[in-house]
Ligand binder design. Sequence first.
Ligand code: IPE
Ligand code: IPE
Ligand code: MG
Ligand code: MG
Ligand code: MG
Length: 324
Amino acid sequence: MHDLKTLQEAFRKALASEQFAGHPQNLYNPIAYTLNLGGKRLRPLLTLIGCEMFGTHYSKAVRAAIGIEIFHNFTLLHDDIMDQAPLRRGNPTVYRKWNPNIAILSGDTMFALAYKYIAQVDRHILPTVLEIFSATAIEVCEGQQLDMDFESMETVSIDQYLEMIRLKTAVLLGCSVYVGALAGGASINEAEILYQWAINLGLAFQLKDDLLDLYAEPDKFGKQPGGDILAGKKTYLFLKTLELAQHEIRNELLALYNNKTTDPVSKVNRVSEIFHSVDVKSHTLALIDEYALKAENNLGFLDANKVRLSFLKEFTRMLMQRES
Ligand code: IPE
Ligand code: IPE
Ligand code: MG
Ligand code: MG
Ligand code: MG
């Protein structure tokens, strides 16, 4: 069994050996640009971990892992148009560097490429893999639409928010480990336990993403600080603050969020002060810990003699400590 660093490096090499250049350049260059900008590569790592946990060499899952990373990057191309985000991984987003039409079409191509790679799993698991991958892709779109719908709603419940992030983010982490586990010879039951584990981690992961959107060091995070506030996103920070704040502050926050003409810098600063006044950061960190604990409890359903749980715990630590 390989350690996480080795798996990360193996994935980096496998992806680097693929060619994404082609003609017309305006279709293929954005694909190569995005995939070369790196990112944390968490989802393919989950796929390789899922595979090796069951005593199978990662090479059995590496093509599927490439497909999942391409799918993730496709969602980012479209997400950045939808969120009007200028920066990704410290560089201009595709729709800004080129234009929105190019980002749409390169994204579509990446979605097809994702299927091409994912379909390279062993034949006997192919129907199950295609089924979960297709269902996941649809759920991600459902989550993304809810995320957009919420922008124009004054407020939503925290349960609605949690369901939205389960769909837009957590299910892809679930699918990543599920596919890897199947490739590694896991039973459906084992793959499902890992899926649940990754769902809880995914919820913690998106909560942390919301937190980092405002509090990360911009150089490390590589996205526009306060982008969620400017887009009117109903993040956990926003919703929990509404719940905690006194009437007057609550109204001020709602008015600020609704006002699209306020100068962006003063808007982010004032919203950030309001968040701080109810210490929403601590509340968010507490919920992140709750989901990390739920994830750990899911692992209790796996046979610790058969699978290396320390591997999964190491991944969890890595995820929780991230600053980008
Ligand atoms: C960004 O995902 C989109 C979310 C679901 C929050 P990552 O934070 O994994 O992005 P990269 O791939 O590392 O850049
Ligand atoms: C992204 O959520 C979820 C998907 C891309 C499917 P965000 O919009 O919060 O992701 P970032 O912050 O732009 O990476
Ligand atoms: Mg976004
Ligand atoms: Mg988004
Ligand atoms: Mg975000």
